[in-house]
Design a protein around this ligand. Structure first.
Ligand code: SF4
Length: 335
Protein backbone atom coordinates (compact mmCIF):
# COMPACT_ATOMS: atom_id res chain seq x y z
CA UNK A 1 0.00 0.00 0.00
CA UNK A 2 1.46 3.40 -0.96
CA UNK A 3 1.62 6.43 1.36
CA UNK A 4 -1.11 8.00 -0.79
CA UNK A 5 -3.41 5.03 -0.16
CA UNK A 6 -2.76 5.17 3.58
CA UNK A 7 -3.56 8.91 3.61
CA UNK A 8 -6.81 8.34 1.74
CA UNK A 9 -7.84 5.50 4.06
CA UNK A 10 -7.19 7.74 7.09
CA UNK A 11 -9.29 10.51 5.54
CA UNK A 12 -12.10 8.06 4.86
CA UNK A 13 -12.09 6.92 8.51
CA UNK A 14 -12.03 10.53 9.73
CA UNK A 15 -15.01 11.52 7.56
CA UNK A 16 -17.04 8.59 8.88
CA UNK A 17 -17.01 10.32 12.26
CA UNK A 18 -19.88 12.82 12.08
CA UNK A 19 -18.18 15.22 14.50
CA UNK A 20 -15.34 15.75 11.99
CA UNK A 21 -17.73 16.50 9.13
CA UNK A 22 -17.84 19.85 7.37
CA UNK A 23 -21.02 18.75 5.59
CA UNK A 24 -23.46 16.42 7.31
CA UNK A 25 -26.47 15.24 5.29
CA UNK A 26 -29.29 13.32 6.97
CA UNK A 27 -32.47 11.96 5.42
CA UNK A 28 -32.21 14.27 2.40
CA UNK A 29 -35.34 13.67 0.36
CA UNK A 30 -36.55 15.49 -2.77
CA UNK A 31 -39.97 15.06 -4.36
CA UNK A 32 -41.19 16.76 -7.53
CA UNK A 33 -44.95 17.31 -7.72
CA UNK A 34 -46.26 16.95 -11.25
CA UNK A 35 -49.59 17.88 -12.80
CA UNK A 36 -52.29 15.31 -12.17
CA UNK A 37 -50.97 14.58 -8.67
CA UNK A 38 -48.03 12.46 -9.83
CA UNK A 39 -44.89 12.54 -7.74
CA UNK A 40 -41.26 11.94 -8.74
CA UNK A 41 -39.17 10.44 -5.94
CA UNK A 42 -35.89 12.02 -7.10
CA UNK A 43 -33.89 11.50 -3.89
CA UNK A 44 -34.88 9.49 -0.83
CA UNK A 45 -33.23 9.45 2.60
CA UNK A 46 -29.66 10.27 1.58
CA UNK A 47 -27.23 10.22 4.53
CA UNK A 48 -23.53 11.05 4.35
CA UNK A 49 -20.77 13.15 5.93
CA UNK A 50 -17.90 14.91 4.24
CA UNK A 51 -14.76 16.18 5.99
CA UNK A 52 -12.30 18.91 5.04
CA UNK A 53 -9.59 17.49 2.79
CA UNK A 54 -11.78 14.56 1.75
CA UNK A 55 -13.33 13.69 -1.60
CA UNK A 56 -16.60 11.80 -1.73
CA UNK A 57 -17.61 10.64 -5.22
CA UNK A 58 -21.35 10.28 -5.72
CA UNK A 59 -21.78 7.87 -8.63
CA UNK A 60 -24.62 6.25 -10.55
CA UNK A 61 -26.31 6.21 -13.95
CA UNK A 62 -27.92 9.36 -15.38
CA UNK A 63 -31.23 10.08 -13.70
CA UNK A 64 -30.36 8.33 -10.42
CA UNK A 65 -30.80 11.54 -8.42
CA UNK A 66 -27.20 12.62 -7.86
CA UNK A 67 -27.45 15.98 -9.65
CA UNK A 68 -30.80 16.69 -7.96
CA UNK A 69 -29.06 16.07 -4.64
CA UNK A 70 -26.37 18.61 -5.61
CA UNK A 71 -29.01 21.16 -6.64
CA UNK A 72 -30.78 20.65 -3.30
CA UNK A 73 -27.55 21.50 -1.43
CA UNK A 74 -27.25 24.72 -3.44
CA UNK A 75 -30.94 25.64 -3.13
CA UNK A 76 -31.30 25.52 -6.91
CA UNK A 77 -34.27 23.19 -7.26
CA UNK A 78 -37.31 24.23 -9.34
CA UNK A 79 -40.46 25.52 -7.67
CA UNK A 80 -42.32 22.20 -7.74
CA UNK A 81 -39.67 20.49 -5.59
CA UNK A 82 -40.25 19.62 -1.94
CA UNK A 83 -37.27 18.80 0.25
CA UNK A 84 -37.00 17.28 3.70
CA UNK A 85 -34.18 16.13 5.95
CA UNK A 86 -31.15 18.26 6.77
CA UNK A 87 -27.80 19.22 5.25
CA UNK A 88 -25.63 20.97 7.83
CA UNK A 89 -22.70 22.91 6.41
CA UNK A 90 -20.69 24.28 9.28
CA UNK A 91 -23.83 24.89 11.33
CA UNK A 92 -26.13 26.15 8.53
CA UNK A 93 -28.92 23.86 7.37
CA UNK A 94 -28.80 24.30 3.59
CA UNK A 95 -32.26 22.79 3.18
CA UNK A 96 -33.88 25.20 5.64
CA UNK A 97 -31.95 28.36 4.61
CA UNK A 98 -33.85 31.05 2.69
CA UNK A 99 -32.82 32.26 -0.76
CA UNK A 100 -31.18 35.42 0.62
CA UNK A 101 -28.92 33.43 2.94
CA UNK A 102 -28.00 30.97 0.19
CA UNK A 103 -27.25 33.72 -2.34
CA UNK A 104 -25.30 35.96 0.07
CA UNK A 105 -23.45 33.50 2.26
CA UNK A 106 -23.45 30.03 0.70
CA UNK A 107 -23.13 29.93 -3.11
CA UNK A 108 -19.60 30.86 -4.09
CA UNK A 109 -18.56 31.67 -0.51
CA UNK A 110 -19.11 28.40 1.35
CA UNK A 111 -19.80 26.14 -1.62
CA UNK A 112 -17.81 26.61 -4.82
CA UNK A 113 -19.55 25.02 -7.81
CA UNK A 114 -17.50 23.45 -10.61
CA UNK A 115 -20.28 23.09 -13.16
CA UNK A 116 -21.15 20.59 -15.84
CA UNK A 117 -20.46 22.01 -19.36
CA UNK A 118 -18.28 24.92 -18.17
CA UNK A 119 -18.19 26.61 -21.59
CA UNK A 120 -21.99 26.93 -21.46
CA UNK A 121 -21.72 28.30 -17.92
CA UNK A 122 -19.55 31.22 -19.06
CA UNK A 123 -21.06 34.31 -20.71
CA UNK A 124 -20.03 34.15 -24.41
CA UNK A 125 -19.33 37.89 -24.84
CA UNK A 126 -17.02 38.23 -21.84
CA UNK A 127 -13.38 37.23 -21.55
CA UNK A 128 -12.13 34.87 -18.88
CA UNK A 129 -10.42 37.83 -17.22
CA UNK A 130 -13.71 39.77 -17.09
CA UNK A 131 -15.45 36.74 -15.53
CA UNK A 132 -12.75 36.39 -12.92
CA UNK A 133 -12.58 40.10 -12.05
CA UNK A 134 -16.37 40.32 -11.72
CA UNK A 135 -16.44 37.28 -9.43
CA UNK A 136 -13.53 38.66 -7.37
CA UNK A 137 -15.51 41.89 -6.94
CA UNK A 138 -18.74 40.13 -6.01
CA UNK A 139 -17.30 37.56 -3.60
CA UNK A 140 -14.34 39.28 -2.00
CA UNK A 141 -15.02 43.02 -2.27
CA UNK A 142 -11.48 43.55 -3.59
CA UNK A 143 -10.88 47.17 -4.67
CA UNK A 144 -10.87 47.98 -8.37
CA UNK A 145 -7.09 48.53 -8.60
CA UNK A 146 -6.35 45.15 -7.05
CA UNK A 147 -8.86 43.05 -8.98
CA UNK A 148 -6.58 42.35 -11.93
CA UNK A 149 -3.91 40.80 -9.72
CA UNK A 150 -6.55 38.87 -7.73
CA UNK A 151 -8.05 37.50 -10.96
CA UNK A 152 -4.61 36.41 -12.18
CA UNK A 153 -3.91 34.72 -8.84
CA UNK A 154 -7.25 32.86 -9.10
CA UNK A 155 -6.36 31.70 -12.61
CA UNK A 156 -3.00 30.45 -11.40
CA UNK A 157 -4.60 28.45 -8.56
CA UNK A 158 -6.61 26.52 -11.17
CA UNK A 159 -3.61 26.20 -13.54
CA UNK A 160 -5.33 28.44 -16.11
CA UNK A 161 -2.55 29.96 -18.27
CA UNK A 162 -2.19 33.74 -17.92
CA UNK A 163 -1.68 34.07 -21.69
CA UNK A 164 -5.27 32.92 -22.33
CA UNK A 165 -7.03 35.24 -19.86
CA UNK A 166 -8.19 37.64 -22.57
CA UNK A 167 -9.90 34.92 -24.59
CA UNK A 168 -13.65 34.46 -24.89
CA UNK A 169 -15.30 31.14 -23.94
CA UNK A 170 -15.61 29.99 -27.60
CA UNK A 171 -11.83 30.38 -27.97
CA UNK A 172 -11.10 27.91 -25.17
CA UNK A 173 -10.51 24.18 -25.46
CA UNK A 174 -12.63 21.91 -23.24
CA UNK A 175 -9.79 21.62 -20.76
CA UNK A 176 -9.22 25.36 -20.53
CA UNK A 177 -12.94 26.05 -20.11
CA UNK A 178 -12.92 23.54 -17.26
CA UNK A 179 -9.98 25.30 -15.62
CA UNK A 180 -11.66 28.69 -16.03
CA UNK A 181 -14.77 27.32 -14.30
CA UNK A 182 -12.62 25.83 -11.54
CA UNK A 183 -10.80 29.17 -11.10
CA UNK A 184 -14.19 30.88 -10.68
CA UNK A 185 -15.29 28.23 -8.17
CA UNK A 186 -12.15 28.81 -6.07
CA UNK A 187 -12.38 32.61 -5.81
CA UNK A 188 -14.63 32.67 -2.74
CA UNK A 189 -12.23 30.29 -0.97
CA UNK A 190 -15.23 28.11 -0.14
CA UNK A 191 -14.42 25.19 2.16
CA UNK A 192 -16.66 22.87 0.10
CA UNK A 193 -16.24 22.32 -3.65
CA UNK A 194 -19.13 20.71 -5.47
CA UNK A 195 -18.10 19.38 -8.87
CA UNK A 196 -21.13 18.30 -10.93
CA UNK A 197 -20.06 15.99 -13.77
CA UNK A 198 -16.91 18.07 -14.33
CA UNK A 199 -15.44 15.63 -16.85
CA UNK A 200 -18.44 15.28 -19.17
CA UNK A 201 -17.44 15.70 -22.83
CA UNK A 202 -13.69 15.66 -22.14
CA UNK A 203 -11.33 13.13 -23.70
CA UNK A 204 -9.59 10.64 -21.43
CA UNK A 205 -6.39 12.64 -21.03
CA UNK A 206 -8.35 15.74 -20.02
CA UNK A 207 -10.54 13.70 -17.68
CA UNK A 208 -7.41 12.50 -15.90
CA UNK A 209 -5.96 16.00 -15.73
CA UNK A 210 -9.20 17.52 -14.45
CA UNK A 211 -9.54 14.74 -11.87
CA UNK A 212 -5.96 15.27 -10.69
CA UNK A 213 -6.50 19.01 -10.39
CA UNK A 214 -9.64 18.49 -8.31
CA UNK A 215 -7.71 16.08 -6.11
CA UNK A 216 -5.07 18.73 -5.51
CA UNK A 217 -7.74 21.09 -4.16
CA UNK A 218 -8.89 18.40 -1.73
CA UNK A 219 -5.26 17.84 -0.71
CA UNK A 220 -5.06 21.55 0.11
CA UNK A 221 -7.92 21.13 2.59
CA UNK A 222 -11.13 21.61 0.56
CA UNK A 223 -13.95 19.13 1.02
CA UNK A 224 -14.83 17.88 -2.46
CA UNK A 225 -18.17 16.38 -3.44
CA UNK A 226 -17.69 14.92 -6.92
CA UNK A 227 -20.89 14.03 -8.76
CA UNK A 228 -20.06 11.78 -11.67
CA UNK A 229 -21.06 8.80 -13.76
CA UNK A 230 -17.39 8.36 -14.68
CA UNK A 231 -16.00 5.64 -12.42
CA UNK A 232 -12.46 6.04 -13.77
CA UNK A 233 -12.50 9.71 -12.68
CA UNK A 234 -13.98 8.74 -9.31
CA UNK A 235 -11.27 6.16 -8.80
CA UNK A 236 -8.57 8.75 -9.46
CA UNK A 237 -9.93 11.30 -7.01
CA UNK A 238 -12.13 9.81 -4.31
CA UNK A 239 -11.46 8.80 -0.72
CA UNK A 240 -14.95 7.30 -0.48
CA UNK A 241 -17.60 6.34 -3.00
CA UNK A 242 -21.38 6.64 -2.58
CA UNK A 243 -23.51 4.80 -5.15
CA UNK A 244 -27.03 5.96 -5.94
CA UNK A 245 -29.72 3.93 -7.64
CA UNK A 246 -33.28 5.07 -8.29
CA UNK A 247 -32.91 8.03 -5.94
CA UNK A 248 -31.48 6.07 -3.00
CA UNK A 249 -27.97 5.60 -1.74
CA UNK A 250 -27.31 1.87 -2.00
CA UNK A 251 -23.63 1.68 -1.01
CA UNK A 252 -21.10 3.89 0.75
CA UNK A 253 -17.55 2.55 0.92
CA UNK A 254 -13.89 3.58 1.16
CA UNK A 255 -12.60 3.98 -2.41
CA UNK A 256 -9.73 1.52 -1.99
CA UNK A 257 -12.11 -1.25 -0.88
CA UNK A 258 -14.64 -0.33 -3.56
CA UNK A 259 -12.27 -0.26 -6.53
CA UNK A 260 -9.86 -2.88 -5.18
CA UNK A 261 -10.45 -5.86 -2.92
CA UNK A 262 -12.98 -6.91 -1.76
CA UNK A 263 -14.89 -4.75 -4.28
CA UNK A 264 -18.44 -3.36 -4.15
CA UNK A 265 -20.97 -5.16 -1.97
CA UNK A 266 -24.17 -4.04 -3.66
CA UNK A 267 -25.03 -6.00 -6.85
CA UNK A 268 -25.75 -2.77 -8.74
CA UNK A 269 -22.45 -1.20 -7.71
CA UNK A 270 -20.64 -4.39 -8.69
CA UNK A 271 -22.48 -4.33 -12.03
CA UNK A 272 -21.33 -0.75 -12.66
CA UNK A 273 -17.70 -1.80 -12.24
CA UNK A 274 -18.13 -4.97 -14.30
CA UNK A 275 -19.53 -2.87 -17.14
CA UNK A 276 -16.25 -0.96 -17.50
CA UNK A 277 -14.27 -1.76 -20.67
CA UNK A 278 -11.13 -2.44 -18.64
CA UNK A 279 -13.01 -5.00 -16.53
CA UNK A 280 -15.54 -7.54 -17.83
CA UNK A 281 -17.32 -5.09 -20.17
CA UNK A 282 -20.64 -6.72 -19.22
CA UNK A 283 -23.55 -4.27 -19.18
CA UNK A 284 -26.18 -4.47 -16.45
CA UNK A 285 -29.30 -5.96 -18.05
CA UNK A 286 -32.50 -3.90 -18.23
CA UNK A 287 -33.13 -0.28 -17.31
CA UNK A 288 -33.60 1.72 -14.11
CA UNK A 289 -37.22 2.17 -13.00
CA UNK A 290 -39.20 5.37 -13.48
CA UNK A 291 -38.77 7.56 -10.42
CA UNK A 292 -42.50 8.29 -10.59
CA UNK A 293 -43.35 4.59 -10.43
CA UNK A 294 -40.96 2.89 -8.04
CA UNK A 295 -41.68 -0.63 -6.81
CA UNK A 296 -42.44 -1.36 -3.15
CA UNK A 297 -39.41 -3.56 -2.64
CA UNK A 298 -35.81 -3.23 -3.85
CA UNK A 299 -35.82 -1.06 -6.98
CA UNK A 300 -32.94 -3.06 -8.47
CA UNK A 301 -34.71 -6.44 -8.17
CA UNK A 302 -35.81 -6.76 -11.85
CA UNK A 303 -32.14 -6.42 -12.91
CA UNK A 304 -30.54 -8.35 -10.08
CA UNK A 305 -29.19 -11.91 -10.41
CA UNK A 306 -29.17 -12.30 -6.61
CA UNK A 307 -32.83 -11.36 -6.03
CA UNK A 308 -34.93 -13.62 -3.82
CA UNK A 309 -38.40 -13.35 -2.30
CA UNK A 310 -36.87 -11.32 0.53
CA UNK A 311 -36.20 -8.54 -1.98
CA UNK A 312 -39.91 -7.77 -2.24
CA UNK A 313 -39.23 -5.86 1.00
CA UNK A 314 -37.14 -2.73 0.55
CA UNK A 315 -33.72 -3.33 2.16
CA UNK A 316 -32.64 -0.88 4.85
CA UNK A 317 -29.28 0.89 4.51
CA UNK A 318 -27.08 -0.83 7.10
CA UNK A 319 -23.31 -0.98 7.54
CA UNK A 320 -22.72 0.84 4.27
CA UNK A 321 -25.06 -1.12 1.99
CA UNK A 322 -28.78 -1.45 1.21
CA UNK A 323 -29.19 -5.04 0.09
CA UNK A 324 -30.60 -8.29 1.51
CA UNK A 325 -27.83 -10.35 -0.12
CA UNK A 326 -24.73 -8.17 -0.49
CA UNK A 327 -21.53 -9.60 -1.88
CA UNK A 328 -19.16 -10.71 0.83
CA UNK A 329 -21.86 -11.22 3.47
CA UNK A 330 -21.84 -14.50 5.40
CA UNK A 331 -24.47 -16.78 3.87
CA UNK A 332 -25.07 -14.47 0.88
CA UNK A 333 -26.56 -16.15 -2.18
CA UNK A 334 -24.17 -16.81 -5.05
CA UNK A 335 -24.64 -14.93 -8.30
S1 SF4 B 1 -31.96 -6.42 -2.15
FE1 SF4 B 1 -32.19 -8.22 -3.45
S2 SF4 B 1 -32.77 -7.44 -5.46
FE2 SF4 B 1 -31.97 -5.73 -4.27
S3 SF4 B 1 -29.85 -5.63 -4.85
FE3 SF4 B 1 -29.95 -6.87 -3.00
S4 SF4 B 1 -30.13 -8.98 -3.73
FE4 SF4 B 1 -30.57 -7.65 -5.47
Amino acid sequence: MTADHVLRALRAVSAERAEDALLSVRGLTVRFRLRGGREVAAVTDADFDLAAGECLALVGESGCGKSVLASALLGLLPGNAETSGSALLDGTDLLAADEKTLARTVRGRRIGLVPQSPAAHLTPVRTVRAHLEETVRALTGTRRGERRAAAEAAAERAAFPAGHLDRHPHELSGGLAQRAATALALIGDAPLLLADEPTTGLDRALVDRTADELRRHADRGKALLLITHDLAAARRVADRVAVMYAGRMVELAPADRFFGAPGPRHPYARGLLDALPEREFTPIPGFPPELSDLPEGCAFAPRCARATEACAQRPAFRAGVACHHPHGAPGAVRA
